[in-house]
Design a protein around this ligand. Structure first.
Ligand code: ZN
Length: 240
């Protein structure tokens, strides 16, 4: 006789398997194809240990991304790329400190320490990234008065970076997002990718968050609501 727990497990497995076999048994079964692209978001010195806006454990995403990238023939990287005195820097707003917010014409803006200034070492991509096939680097946040967390649209919600057009021109249908930081540039990129009509996966263990006042939980909730799929790097099949 089966005990109660075994019955519940058996029932649960059957019921769930019939509902969502691909998500339940996804371990190493996602095989990126020619219509898939990996988006590597902002793996730059400023966001890594020792950087001016270091994301906790940020360096841990690098080996995960390097390994996962082997499964992709299409890889796009992004670089936060600000003017000196950029509007997102707390230092240009008198009396304001990093991580406080202000109201700008396009909405609420979190203020940051100065970071990723064009041409500086802090703005360089991590030298430990090893993705030679990466085909495009999108720079964003280069308009002095507008921030751009997203790789697709600036923070005004309408100025395009051109990435959606590029991906569509290359017949990409699904994007996998990894990098820094989960709750800002990764999440905004994933949400805009959904709005642009892509199938979107965020690879959780290939990202790290900042988590300013609950922003990490909110980002995951917003992404789930938008139909972004939350996966782990182990779900992606990388041939040896
Ligand atoms: Zn920035």
């Amino acid at each position: 006789m089966l005990d109660r727990r075994q019955i519940l497990v058996a029932l649960g497995t059957t019921a769930l398997a019939s509902l969502a076999p691909t998500t339940l048994f996804a371990a190493a079964t996602i095989k990126p194809d020619d219509a898939s692209a990996l988006l590597v978001i902002d793996v730059q010195n400023c966001f890594l240990p020792g950087g001016s806006l270091a994301v906790k454990e940020g360096e841990q995403v690098v080996p995960v991304i390097n390994k996962m990238a082997k499964a992709f023939s299409n890889v796009v990287m992004t670089q936060d790329w600000h003017t000196p005195g950029h509007v997102s820097f707390a230092s240009v707003h008198s009396g304001k400190k990093p991580f406080e917010t202000i109201d700008l014409p396009y909405g609420k803006q979190v203020l940051w320490p100065d970071h990723c200034v064009q041409g500086t070492d802090g703005a360089s991509l991590s030298k430990d990234l090893s993705i030679p096939q990466a085909e495009l680097i999108i720079r964003k946040g280069f308009h002095k008065d507008v921030d751009s967390y997203s790789a697709f649209l600036e923070a005004d919600g309408k100025t395009s970076t051109g990435l959606a057009g590029y991906l569509k021109g290359r017949k990409i249908k699904r994007v996998f997002v990894a990098g820094l930081a989960t709750d800002f540039c990764v999440a905004w990129t994933a949400l805009d990718a959904r709005k642009a009509g892509f199938e979107v996966y965020v690879v959780e263990d290939a990202c790290r968050g900042i988590d300013n006042q609950g922003s990490l939980a909110k980002a995951w909730a917003d992404m789930a609501k938008a139909g972004v799929k939350r996966i782990q790097s182990a779900d992606i099949a990388v041939s040896a």
